[in-house]
Ligand binder design. Structure first.
Ligand code: 3PG
Length: 306
């Protein structure tokens, strides 16, 4: 059994050690492809792999076609918009994710950004505090729930929107449910986005929502850049000098946006939300275990291409 870990953005070494242990103790062989610079390297490496563990690495129809022995792909993380599920299903490849394993790391980044932006990037001017401010969480999944938990420590007033989550789950977490996206943006000074990138959510957050935020509004996006309508974001930032935007991974027009709006915007250079040793260990080892369970027993609990 050959298990390929292909990560353009590598896991922490300690996570790889743990994954190696799980894989080798099961009698499988681990092949490591890290920081690869071209798709061809990935195409060559998957040629003999039965299992593939990835992060945000793109697994499209071409990669799947180059992997005739492949049975399972595990995305060590939550979002699987980087995997062509239809092509995988057509080839009989099981695709899984590791939900929840890196969610605390992403939630902590939200607050790192919230404090930094509220303090004007620590540029010497007077900022604002998070205490008693309103926070709206867009999607109350694993990351959203961690954000709500941490927000309690900051004494923020938290509400959330999630059509898939019953109100009582939010209420039990001390969160006020809201039932429309318009309400979420209109009522909250800080909004934190945690929706997946799907055909329905792509470019779904644009001018109308962003420009409706209260005075001094801060939008934090640690989800996917694709959910933002960049034109609308730029227009809202242009018209409202009090608005700010921070994102984990730069938008397409990052340089232009940074140039125009300076300290009112912040972007990580690479997706950093899950880039902690703890998250790497949690998600990486979960992925290794899932691969081995699938190969040895056919276990499919976290399958996403039903
Ligand atoms: C996820 O979907 O789990 C996060 O965006 C993390 O992505 P990464 O593994 O590329 O850091």
């Amino acid at each position: 059994m050959k298990v390929l870990i292909a990560t353009e953005k590598p896991f922490a070494a300690v996570a790889v050690d743990g994954m190696r242990k799980v894989i080798e103790e099961a009698g499988a062989e681990l092949v490591l492809l890290e920081k690869y610079a071209s798709k061809q390297e990935l195409l060559d490496a998957v040629a003999t792999a039965e299992a593939l563990i990835i992060r945000s690495d793109k697994v499209d129809a071409e990669v799947l076609a180059a992997a005739p022995a492949l049975k399972v792909v595990v995305r060590a993380g939550a979002g699987y918009d980087n995997v062509d599920l239809e092509a995988a299903t057509a080839r009989g490849v099981c695709v899984q994710n590791t939900p929840g394993q890196n969610s605390n790391a992403v939630a902590e980044l939200v607050f790192g950004m919230a404090v930094m932006m509220s303090r004007n990037m620590f540029n010497g001017t007077s900022g604002t505090e998070l205490k008693d401010k309103t926070l709206g969480i867009q999607a109350f999944g694993q990351v959203g729930r961690n954000v709500a938990r941490i927000a309690r420590g900051f004494e923020m007033n938290v509400s959330a929107l999630d059509p898939y989550c019953p109100d009582n789950v939010m209420e039990d977490a001390g969160v006020t449910p809201v039932h429309s996206v318009e309400e979420l943006y209109r009522l909250n000074k800080v909004v934190s986005i945690h929706i997946p990138a799907t055909p329905e959510t792509r470019k779904s957050i644009g001018y109308d929502l962003i420009a409706s935020m209260p005075k001094g509004g801060l939008l934090i996006n640690t989800a996917r850049k694709e959910v933002i309508d960049e034109e609308g974001l730029i227009r809202a930032l242009d018209e409202r000098a009090d608005l700010k935007y921070a994102a984990d991974v730069a938008p397409e027009r990052a340089a232009e946006i940074k140039e125009r709006f300076g300290d009112r915007v912040f972007f990580t250079p690479k997706k950093m939300g899950a880039q902690t040793s703890e998250a790497n260990i949690n998600a990486g080892i979960a992925a290794a275990r899932q691969v081995i369970s699938f190969l040895t027993t056919g276990e499919e609990r976290f399958r996403v291409n039903k």
